[in-house]
Design a binder for this molecule. Structure first.
Ligand code: KIV
Ligand code: ZN
Length: 515
């Protein structure tokens, strides 16, 4: 049996289902390129039949990615599967991922189908999919809560029809490690043709056990594919965290005795990119990618680390890409140093004009902030001048006044289409006043669901990264803004969210709807 664990990343599909985390086409392509640098085996780029936008995004990812298999989710019916195959046309290597629920509850309440109907539909859909692609995954949705005898029949049937990967999701995060591992093992033992497919695990984190369950699925159950997301992004409590899986397999190779093809040095860049694009901040004590994951503050620990790093460290920060997280450039750095750093960060700039424009932004930031970190560069590169040019609302400048005992006032100047607008307003604090000033002109009436500020590097020198989540007309959008001045960052984030509400081409592909 192979000792290679296939890493299937579903940040762009299951991760995107997290409220407010949905992405634009360009954002998906940017993340996909980073996933490719990370060397994930399979990138699930979306759910082609869910929207025209998602179809376009999957096509764009399929065209951009060369080394990883690109996959689209589909319900187990001809229409969805055809749509998935069409979206994947440009892919070097493609996979169609069809799913159908198999638990008694889902079949009766959601699908309103009998078990026999589900069995037939599962088989029929895989037979159909095999005409369109060689690489076919079947997921038994809510598989872990399915009845064993029935699930065995479904799995045997779809393998006979040509499914090459069998995924058994713990859709609701109900499993515990030993039970889940045993469940996979029993299935593999009882399904007569089980050796004809790769077995896969897909766990949700409702009880905080997604990573442990996935690893048990591999260790006890014999699965050889793990489905996961960067930072554990996903609906409710999220999915299995890719970075934790990869580092567990690596750090405890003595126990798991398995390998995966991931380039772990790209983990931190991937984590920061996903967090920046979605606005989902990584908690400081998050394993592997949290800001404190490698920080030793207690004197005893520091002393031990200085004597021998192994005393308190089981992994090296640099092995997951933290070493890149240092001062890289400053005010006096030249264009070549900047270009080289972009290359090291895996950020491709083809046109000379784009490089010049990015360098100007870098210089302007270096004038405000003496030390420039990798995160600053990622933030600079997230907003190209061309993209900003096309935005309807665009931040120009602001001033504010706040004094103890007085209500703060703010004046914000910004572009609205091709005219300049300026307005002044009061608020509970300077941020509130600034957003009120913008609202005086825009009158969006959008409901604010979230406002969060995060220092993107350490210390008060850092740029602030602000995320604003707005809801209007049933749609939810996120706006992200960065600036050394957090009030300006807040205004930028607010305008960015308003742009997404205003401009359908900027709309998130699978915009989550308010209940
Ligand atoms: O959690 C789940 O069951 C899924 C399937 C669609 C694979 O995401
Ligand atoms: Zn899922």
């Amino acid at each position: 049996m192979s000792d290679k664990v296939i890493i299937f990343d579903t940040t762009l599909r299951d991760g995107e289902q997290s409220p407010g985390a949905s992405m634009t086409k360009d954002e998906k392509v940017r993340i996909a390129r980073q996933l490719e640098r990370l060397k994930v085996d399979v990138i699930e780029a979306g759910f082609a039949a869910s929207s025209e936008g998602d179809f376009q995004a999957i096509s764009a990812v399929a065209a951009a990615v060369k080394d990883s298999i690109v996959c689209s989710l589909a319900r187990a019916n001809d229409k969805d599967i055809t749509r998935a195959a069409d979206a994947l046309k440009a892919a070097n290597a493609k996979r169609i991922h069809a799913f159908l629920a198999t638990s008694p509850l889902h079949m009766a309440v959601k699908l309103r189908m009998s078990p026999e109907e589900v069995l037939e539909q599962a088989k029929r859909s895989i037979r159909f999919a095999r005409n369109l692609a060689e690489d076919i995954e079947f997921s038994a949705e809510d598989g872990y809560r399915s009845e064993m005898d029935f699930l065995c029949r479904v799995v045997e049937g779809v393998i006979n029809e040509g499914a090459t990967t069998i995924n058994i999701p713990d859709t609701v995060g109900y499993a515990t490690p030993e039970l889940y591992g045993d469940f996979i093992k029993t299935l593999r033992t009882r399904v007569p043709n089980s050796d004809k497919a790769v077995w896969s695990v897909h766990c949700h984190n409702d009880l905080g056990m997604a990573v442990a369950n996935s690893l048990a699925g591999v260790k006890i159950g014999g699965a050889r594919q793990i489905e996961c997301t960067i930072n554990g992004l996903g609906e409710r409590a999220g999915n299995t965290a890719l970075e934790e899986i990869v580092m567990a397999l690596r750090t405890r190779k003595d126990y798991f005795d398995m390998v995966c093809g991931i380039d772990a040095t790209q983990i931190v860049s991937a984590s920061k990119l996903v967090s920046h694009i979605t606005g989902f901040v990584v908690q400081p004590n998050k394993a592997v990618v949290g800001a404190n994951a490698f920080a030793h503050t207690s004197g005893i620990h520091q002393d031990g680390i200085l004597k021998n790093r192994d005393t308190y460290e089981i992994m090296r920060a640099e092995d997951v890409g933290w070493s890149a997280n240092k001062i890289v450039l400053g005010k006096l750095s030249g264009r070549n140093a900047f270009k080289q750093r972009l290359q090291e960060l895996g950020i491709a700039i083809e046109a000379e004009a784009d490089l010049n424009e990015a360098f100007l932004r870098f210089k302007s930031l270096a004038d405000q902030k003496s030390e420039i970190f990798d995160e600053d560069i990622i933030a600079i590169m997230s907003h190209s001048a061309a993209a900003e040019e096309s935005e309807f609302y665009r931040f120009i400048s602001m001033s504010q006044h706040s004094e103890t005992g007085e209500r703060p006032k703010s004046r914000v100047t910004f572009r609205v289409g091709d005219r300049e607008a300026s307005s002044e307003a009061e608020g509970n604090g300077p941020v509130d006043a600034s957003l009120n000033a913008i609202e005086e002109i825009v009158k969006s009436g959008a409901e604010q669901l979230l406002y969060s500020v995060n220092a993107i590097t350490s210390g008060t020198q850092s740029q602030g990264e602000v995320t604003v989540r707005l809801a209007k007309g049933g749609r939810i959008v996120n706006g992200v803004g960065t600036d050394p001045d957090i009030i300006a960052a807040s205004a930028k984030a607010y305008l960015s969210a308003l742009n997404k509400l205003h401009d359908p081409s900027q709309a998130k592909l699978n915009a989550q709807m308010t209940p």
